[in-house]
Design a binder for this molecule. Structure first.
Ligand SMILES: NC(=O)c1ccc[n+]([C@@H]2O[C@H](COP(=O)([O-])OP(=O)(O)OC[C@H]3O[C@@H](n4cnc5c(N)ncnc54)[C@H](O)[C@@H]3O)[C@@H](O)[C@H]2O)c1
Length: 362
């Protein structure tokens, strides 16, 4: 399937590189509001740089990868769909459930598909965790915790402003990885409770290119949320940009009646898994799948392959809409100090076949 990229910033590099390795997609063109950026990427990766209008009206491109900033995901996604293109967006899919539903309705009315990052749960380590759970090693999962703590992206990102505007912050920026990984393993969420705060109203960049620049903060920067899943498991999720030099905390731990599972960073495809029961204690569990490298774009290839073969894709509209509702509900819970019941739901994405985990979409 011929695809194009809109948004040629920081994260686009891995999409340009990995698109060449995935036979389900053929990346032919790229575009950006800033055409110099598009031109640079086009030359480096031997594709065509075209204007946004040319991208939307391109006669051969069927799917557009939307790698713009969060505030533009909805608008760019809507243009793609209105122009008859399937769209796969970087995370967060949209900034509100209202926007997500509108895009879903538009896609349905046009017979088009929507997908969104993250696709890291398709990696070897997370799929191995899913298999461990499905094989019953943990018994019934009743509780767990997940931690995403860091000091904020102004330490490295060349344009970090968007991380402190709606659609950014530790929940909307990093939450999609954690919430999607949890849904992959546990199924949908039914209720959330949460509290949060803001450590500083202004932050100072420490990256080399922006050293000393000040950024205004318009989002919650520390959240403690409790998610109750439809299967009754209770998971505590902490996401924070206010941990300046904290200890290394586990990314995700799930506790069952028979065993506990330590799951690696959901912002990656690989990483060490630890599994333990009362007799063994925690032990490293060997990940035998090869697909553990940075395979961002796999979700796009899965979507293109699914369209060709008329099967559901894994980074699906219903999954990403549910993830947006979980985050929106956490924000609502912080504002109102109440328990929020979710309205959307989703199925667990289909487990990846072992042949795909050991190869690619060749
Ligand atoms: N940087 C990372 O490590 C990283 C990792 C994973 C996901 N993401 C996600 O990827 C997305 C992009 O992040 P980034 O770091 O590449 O940002 P960036 O600011 O480096 O790049 C975004 C690009 O989108 C362009 N753009 C903005 N609005 C546009 C519009 N309406 N139409 C066309 N082009 C537009 C900008 O000109 C810019 O070139 C974000 O949603 C982010 O959360 C980033």
């Amino acid at each position: 399937m011929k695809v194009g990229i809109i948004g040629c910033g920081n994260i686009s590099q891995i999409y340009f590189t990995n698109s060449k390795k995935l036979s389900a997609i053929d990346l032919v063109a790229c575009s950006d509001l800033d055409m110099e950026k598009a031109q640079g990427k086009a030359e480096e990766h031997e594709v065509e740089a075209i204007t946004l209008e040319e991208m939307y009206s391109h006669s051969e491109i069927q799917l557009i990868i939307n790698l713009t900033i969060p505030a533009a995901h909805y608008e760019v996604g809507k243009h793609c769909l209105e122009n008859g293109k399937h769209v796969y967006s970087e995370k967060p899919f949209t900034m509100t459930v209202f926007e997500a539903k509108e895009l879903n309705d538009l896609a349905k009315s046009k017979g088009l598909r929507i997908g969104s990052a993250p696709d890291t749960f398709l990696g070897g380590s997370h799929q191995a965790c899913r298999r461990i759970i499905e094989d019953g090693y943990l018994g019934t999962i009743t509780n767990g915790f997940a931690f995403m703590t860091c000091g904020g992206h102004e330490s490295w990102h060349p344009a970090p402003e968007f991380y402190y505007q709606p659609g950014g912050g530790p929940l909307w920026d990093m939450g999609p990885y954690y919430i999607t990984a949890l849904i992959n393993m546990l199924g949908p969420v039914k209720t959330v409770q949460a509290i949060g705060n803001i450590a500083q109203q202004h932050r100072t960049c420490t990256s080399e290119s922006r050293h000393g620049d000040t950024i205004e903060v318009n989002v919650t920067t520390h959240y403690t949320a409790n998610l109750q899943f439809a299967n009754d498991a209770v998971i505590t999720l902490i996401t924070s940009f206010d941990v300046v030099a904290g200890p290394k905390l586990p990314n995700i731990v799930l506790n069952g009646t028979e065993a506990s599972l330590q799951i690696p960073d959901p912002n990656g495809f690989g990483g060490e898994i630890k599994l333990g029961n009362r007799e063994t204690g925690q032990q490293t569990y060997p990940v035998l799948y090869k697909n553990c490298d940075n395979a961002r774009t796999l979700g796009v290839a899965d979507m293109a392959d699914a369209i060709e073969n008329n099967r559901p894709h894994r980074c699906s509209a219903e999954l990403v809409t549910h993830v947006v509702e979980v985050m929106e509900s956490i924000d609502k819970a912080v504002e109102t100090a109440t328990l929020i019941k979710l309205e959307t739901t989703c199925k667990q994405p289909a487990i990846m076949p072992v042949t795909k985990l050991n190869g690619s979409f060749e």
